[in-house]
Ligand binder design. Structure first.
Ligand code: UDP
Ligand code: MG
Length: 318
């Protein structure tokens, strides 16, 4: 019998987690040819998510959990789940039922019978999403596909089912600053894309703010491409050539025609323009240096506080 691990990052999901497990169990019950296991990852929730997890683990023997010492972010939570997974097929999904478990049979079929290594999802339509966020995410996908080697269709989501081999490859990319969308496509393998219509979150709150989405987009590009650095170099070269031409024109004018303009505006424009360009280039450089710095520290991606995995004897004493 093939096994499937469900990796579920949870941050402040006390309201919806139990509902999620009960709904997912309905799908699991309809697939008796597979043996399912939950790996719930509590990403330092501020509410009682951890207690809900413990309760669920008591109630259902196939519920495993890992609880972080603080909020490390969804990427870290996914990584922890993947590290603990041992199943033949591994699913990554959200705890808010925006990723419908009803797709499991279709996903498992793609891996089992159609020869795919990954069955990933992309969204059809995002109800309740603001126009602004929609435009922003279209721009992100276009830019990131242009600048990086990793190609992903518009609306690609983290929700996917992967074969063991794919998970092992993903785990080999042990970088601290993780950008899963990029990592998933970087490792390659045969991917089947299925689309579905997302629905609004039923319970609890989304934790994404516009600033974190912006951050996410910057991460997505800088983690997989040095194109911004090349852009500053090319821009520098273009400005250099233009300056040379301008210097020659000015010199000829001054030496041969004796035109000596006061040049206040020219000077001011040049100083401000070049100052702006320089600041921006330093900023881009800094972005990469910051990344090198964080990466060389080689800190752990997450810290476990409690878990009910047998190999970690750190379960809370009652
Ligand atoms: N999540 C997490 N850590 C965080 C933020 C979110 O583990 O710091 C989890 C959250 O519990 C949920 C999933 O990531 O299962 C997606 O979060 P959310 O629904 O808030 O994002 P959205 O669906 O709006 O992209
Ligand atoms: Mg959500």
């Amino acid at each position: 019998m093939k096994t499937i691990d469900l990796i579920v990052p949870c941050y402040n999901e006390e309201e919806g987690l139990e509902h999620f497990v009960l709904e997912t169990n309905k799908v699991i019950d309809s697939m008796p040819e597979y043996s399912f296991r939950y790996i719930l990852v509590n990403d330092g929730s501020k509410d009682k998510t951890y207690l809900v997890m413990k309760k669920l683990a008591k109630q259902f023997s196939n519920v495993k959990y890992i609880s972080f010492s603080r909020n490390f972010g969804k990427e870290a939570a996914m990584y922890a789940g993947l590290q603990h997974s041992t199943a033949d097929y591994v699913v990554v999904m959200d705890a808010d039922l925006q990723h419908p478990p009803t797709l499991f049979p279709q996903m498992a079929d793609a891996l089992e019978n159609e020869g795919y290594d990954v069955c990933a999802t992309k969204r059809d339509e995002r109800e309740g999403e603001s126009k602004f966020r929609g435009i922003f995410s279209k721009m992100f996908f276009a830019l990131s596909n242009k600048l990086t080697d990793t190609k992903m269709p518009y609306g690609a989501m983290d929700f996917r089912m992967m074969k063991r081999q794919v998970v092992d490859s993903i785990l080999e990319l042990a970088e601290v600053q993780r950008f899963s969308k990029g990592i998933f496509s970087w490792v390659g393998f045969n991917t089947k894309w299925i689309s579905f219509k997302t629905v609004d979150r039923q319970l609890g709150q989304t934790t994404w703010k516009f600033s974190s989405l912006f951050r996410y987009a910057i991460d997505g590009i800088t983690c997989f491409s040095v194109a911004p650095l090349r852009f500053t170099a090319v821009m520098g070269a273009i400005i250099f050539v233009i300056s040379l031409i301008y210097i020659m024109i000015t010199l000829v004018q001054t030496l041969f025609f004796g035109i000596t303009t006061p040049g206040y505006v020219t000077t001011l424009c040049a100083v401000l323009f070049l100052g702006g360009i320089t600041e921006m280039s330093i900023g881009i450089l800094g972005e990469y240096i910051g990344r090198i710095y964080m990466e060389t520290k080689d800190r752990p991606i997450y810290i476990t506080k409690f878990s009910n995995f047998e190999d970690e004897n750190n379960e809370e004493k009652e």
